[in-house]
Ligand binder design. Structure first.
Ligand code: ADP
Ligand code: ADP
Ligand code: ZN
Length: 222
């Protein structure tokens, strides 16, 4: 099963992708995480992407397409993947179609998480992650069970993204509406688009996604 999670910044793509990764044995491919790793390593690509990401704009298609193409060619992608944050433009979607056709890895579903802009600003402003394992948290909606300690790995260090600030959020939302939203009719025309209410609680969003995908392998019907 190969999926795309589509939605604006802060919609819950990463949150749901991590859950699907565990429940369905799929691999999460987040171009945002990959680009942040490139920036951190100071690679050529990272140096090109850094300023663009800080401004909340999109990294040029050619760079992201090349990076994604290499990632999808890794052996672990064969068992199925969840694309989180890619594609973000129509040229990226077209390149993905070509790539997946060559590899005979068809898309199963494109799942849109619908969330309104006001809620997105709150979600992004309160977002933080475990520095050790990357588990996602939120100041209001998902605190660790014990304050200061990661539920997943016991880590005690947390990070906030440089671009999760009030100034950059506006640019990121604008980029979504102008450059990424045209993917909705693109995938609707392909017949792969499914819509989920991303305003619901995390567990309910997960339930709606599982209703689309069918029960995970080996799961009980709860
Ligand atoms: P994206 O990957 O789409 O940018 P995230 O999964 O990182 O979004 O979610 C953004 C923030 O909102 C995180 O802090 C996350 O804990 C929180 N969040 C995710 N889904 C929900 C939800 N359904 N309700 C409330 N908060 C959520
Ligand atoms: P979000 O929480 O906004 O969904 P991501 O982690 O997916 O954030 O992306 C962070 C930033 O990385 C984006 O604002 C953009 O600059 C860059 N980026 C990530 N994926 C892509 C892509 N597919 N195309 C262009 N730029 C990308
Ligand atoms: Zn952790």
């Amino acid at each position: 099963m190969n999926l795309i999670l589509l939605g604006p910044p802060g919609a819950g793509k990463g949150t749901q992708a991590k859950r699907l990764e565990e429940r369905y044995g799929l691999v999460q491919i987040s171009t945002g995480d990959m680009l942040r790793a490139e920036v951190k390593s100071g690679s050529d690509l990272g140096q090109k992407a850094k300023g663009i990401m800080e401004r909340g704009e999109l990294v040029p298609d050619a760079l992201v397409i090349a990076m994604l193409g290499a990632r999808v060619s890794q052996p672990d992608a064969v068992s199925g993947f969840i694309l989180d944050g890619f594609p973000r433009t129509v040229p990226q979607a077209e390149a993905l179609d070509v790539l997946l056709a060559q590899k005979a890895m068809p898309l199963s579903h494109v799942i849109e998480l619908q969330v309104n802009d006001a809620a997105l600003v709150d979600r992004i402003a309160g977002r933080f992650t475990c520095a050790e394992c990357g588990e996602g948290y939120h100041d209001s909606f998902k605190q660790p069970a014990t304050a200061g300690i990661c539920d997943k790995c016991g880590g005690t260090e947390f990070i906030r993204r440089a671009d999760d600030n009030a100034t950059t959020v506006g640019a990121r939302l604008e980029a979504y509406h102008r450059q990424t939203a045209p993917l909705l009719p693109y995938y609707a025309a392909q017949g792969t688009l499914r819509v989920v209410d991303g305003m619901a609680e995390m567990a309910e969003v997960a339930r709606q996604i599982e209703a689309i995908l069918g029960a995970p392998p080996g799961a009980s019907n709860s």
